[in-house]
Each structure stands twice: as structure tokens, then as C-alpha cells.
Design a protein around this ligand. Sequence first.
Ligand code: P6P
Length: 340
Amino acid sequence: MDTTHQSASKFMTLERHIIEEKNKHPHATGEFSGLLHSISLAVKLVWREVTKAGLVNILGKTDRMNVTGDEVKKLDEFADETIYKAMDHAGHLCVMASEENEDLLHIPDHYQHGKYVMLYDPLDGSGNIDANITVGTIFSILMRVTNSGNGTMDDVLQPGYKQVAAGYALFSSSMMFVYSTGHGVHGFTLDPSVGEFLLSHENIRIPQRGAIYAVNEGNYNRWEPNMRRYIDWLKIEDKADGRPYSGRYIGSLVADVHRTLMYGGIYCYPGDTKNKNGKLRLMYENNPLAYIVENAGGAASDGKTRIMDLVPTALHQKSPLFIGSIDDVRFAEEFLAVKR
Ligand code: P6P
């Protein structure tokens, strides 16, 4: 095979990958592929604004707080509206839910209602926008459980193991789109010269154990004693290569989890004396990222229970999160289970 052809055969666009993934699901209709394609377009529109945020007046703050008390930045609002408008008319969805909106986001009556549900965090890590730090969009896809018409809370409040797809876009030095439909985790990098996502990380597998931990140590004094003991243990010089784990914390979940996916290790956001369930949202952050990491061979729990087995009771409920290499998550669970 000549090198030209070889390089051409490696030219896998996201669109072609989605179609080939569909062919692995014998009963899949084009609707699922169309949904993923719509999402990839939506995040490109967000990326376009994120890349110029510093140049136009969409940095800074609005006078709004979101439903979980985070300050809403203008780019948050733009991303939220852009994704909704890119997804509401395509006919794939019966309802949406966004971290930035207290209630369900219904599909306008004059548009076709589809069989899927989408939950999304439009701009995770947005507190870092003004410092030009990596942020991203996280999405989770479920099948509706009601028969027709507007989707309901029953369609949305499903446990994470019911997800049929999940992924995230990463707005960093380059733009990446990482997704899974249950057949491996695949990463695409945007080639801005053609506006296409090209396959750059096929079948991502997370190392069984890593040497990096990510946690906000500013909360150390609020943690329960076993959590402190776990983090203290990571810093002891007795690890496999004779060195302690390295601490890395970006403060942007999607970036911290992507690094963990690529290099291994663990990201922790435990509960504490001030927030017993921590800060992260089960439906918009923990479930989709757990789906990705598990499909890459990793694990995600709340310190005791598998994240994707948690049965949601509220749209914006929070849960502690321990996510990453399977050995690291199990070590953390063992420390947390010790009876003192
Ligand atoms: P803290 C951003 O608001 C976010 O939800 C995640 O992206 C991030 O990992 C976390 O909060 C940071 O929280 O308490 O460490 O500042």
C-alpha cells in the first residue's frame, strides 16, 4: 500500500466514525448518528466563541447564579443557549436538561420529538474562563422511557447505566471531541483548516493504575479522617517507582478527568463537613464522565457505590466522585471503608 493511500486510510472523520459505529448496532437507525452529529456541530459553535472570548465583551460575569449556586458567566449563557438551539429542532430529542437551567428544557411543539434525552453541562470549568484555562462541554444521552410527546422527569432521572452514549468537548490548546457509544472511547481533534474532527485517539484505554492524583486540597480540613489518610498515603515515598504520587489540579473537571483518562491516576471530589455530597452534579458531570472512563477500562464511584448505579431523585443532585484508574479508585474505596 503506498504511503499516500495509507495516510488517506487513516483520515477518519468523526462523521465517518459515527456511521461506522452505527453499523455495529444492527438495529440502530440513522437517528442516533444524526444526534451525535448535531452535538459535534453544537460544540464547534461554542468553541468558535470560546476562542474569541478574550477579544469581545463576553468575558466577565452576569448578575445570575445558577441553580447550584455557581456564578454564571456570559460564556456559560452563550454555550447553554447555543447547544439548546442546535439540538432542539433536529428531531432526535424529546427533552433536554442543562446544568444551567433549573427545569427541563422542552422541545418546541412545532418540532418533531425523538426518542432520545440529552443532559449537558454547557461549559464546565467556566470559573476559569477569565484565566484562559481549559474548559469544556459534557453531554449524556439516554433513551426515553415514556412513549411519545414531551419528555418528562421520568425520561431524565435514569441511573447512569442506562446511558447509550456520553462524551465531552475540550476547549484547550486544540479542540477535542471524546465520545463513547459503549464500544470503546474515541478522541477526535478539530482541524480548523477544514472544520472537521479527525480521529486522533482511537480506543483510548486508561492505565490500570496511575501516579497522579487530583483533588482540591484546600478542603483538607473539612474531609473525614479516612479521606485525609488516603491523600496522606498518596504522598508517601513508597509507591511502585519509589516516588509519591504527583498532585495535579486544574479546577476544571473536564480537563482534570481527560488528563486522568490519558495518563491514569485518580480525580477526587469527596463530600465534606460543609457539602456532604461534594460539589459535582450526578446527571451532568459524574454520570457521563463515569460512562467514558468505565468504557476506557477505568472506574467511578462515590467512594462506596458505582456512580452509574446511583438512582437519581433530583435533577441537580450532587454526589461525591472518585474517578480514574481502576486500581486507584479501589485503593481509595478501601481507605474510605476502614472502620475507626
Ligand atoms: P473547586 C467547576 O465549577 C467545577 O464544577 C468543576 O469543573 C471543577 O472541577 C470544580 O467545580 C472545582 O471546584 O471547589 O475545587 O473550586
